[in-house]
Design a protein around this ligand. Structure first.
Ligand code: PEP
Length: 261
């Protein structure tokens, strides 16, 4: 049974002074049976969020990690540095790909490090607007998955709980969300790509999230789709009211899918 995951990507927002309070407020308003919650603050706020969430069943994640363990990489953070601070990590976010030149091959190396260090990865994939307009979204996402996952052991990846987030770039931070049917079609395409990579039944066990301008007002459209298992949320994840509404709806899906005890 796949989990329902609601993951908050705070991007470059909050400071160590205010992140703990925000995390505590969100945690207290989003306790829904069967919903896996994750908060990914900036690196410098990881400790504050971890401390604020002590005793809460909320995962803490980093938004990125370097592919080497240590060395002359000014400004970077490695997997060992995250020990005790984070148990999840977002990899391949479109903003990392667009602004920091991350390639599928690099993301694959980060994936290896994350897994070796016991971090649970949320691997982001998604097409830009021109690619969707050209009808190439499935091909693009397949290429991203292949580029990051090919040659890597499906059992290791699936065993570590790899989550794939389908995030069409044209929907991120734009207020223009995809339709539920688009997300469902891409979730099916992602699992078909995993099967083509030799994942077998592991493909059907892999959670696929939707991300891109998700709010409490549109989350229902995505969670109504059987292949969509939650959401990766940017802007709305900084607003406790929004997170409360999103998780309340996720709780309904968790119950309907037999995940809530
Ligand atoms: C994201 O950062 O992954 C994201 C989906 O952002 P937003 O919800 O703001 O579109």
């Amino acid at each position: 049974m796949r989990p329902i995951v609601i993951a908050a990507n705070w991007k470059m927002n909050t400071t160590p002074a205010d992140a703990g309070d925000l995390a505590r407020t969100i945690a207290s308003r989003t306790r829904e049976p069967g919903v896996t919650r994750v908060i990914c603050p900036p690196y410098v706020s990881l400790a504050a969020v971890r401390d604020a969430l002590a005793g809460e069943d909320v995962g803490v994640g980093a938004q990125n990690v370097h592919h080497e363990l240590a060395g002359a990489y000014t400004g970077e953070v490695s997997v060992p540095m995250l020990a005790g601070l984070a148990t999840w990590v977002i990899l391949g976010h479109s903003e990392r790909r667009a602004y920091f030149g991350e390639t599928d091959a690099l993301i694959g190396k980060k994936l290896d490090r994350a897994l070796a260090g016991g971090l649970r990865p949320i691997l982001c994939v998604g097409e830009v607007l021109a690619e969707r307009e050209a009808g190439r979204e499935t091909q693009v996402v397949d290429g991203q998955l292949r580029g990051a996952l090919e040659g890597r052991d499906p059992e290791t990846l699936a065993g570590a709980g790899l989550v794939v987030a389908y995030e069409p770039v044209w929907a991120i931070g734009t207020g223009k969300n995809a339709r539920g049917a688009d997300a469902e079609a891409m979730a099916q395409a992602i699992r078909a790509s995993l099967r083509a990579l030799g994942w077998g039944s592991r493909a059907d066990e892999t959670p696929v999230l939707y991300g891109g301008s998700v709010t409490s007002g549109n989350i229902e459209e995505f969670l109504a789709e059987p292949g969509v298992d939650g959401a990766l949320i940017g802007g709305a994840s900084l607003k406790p009211d929004e997170m409360a509404g999103i998780c309340a709806r996720a709780g309904i899906t968790a119950k309907a899918r037999g995940l809530a005890s």
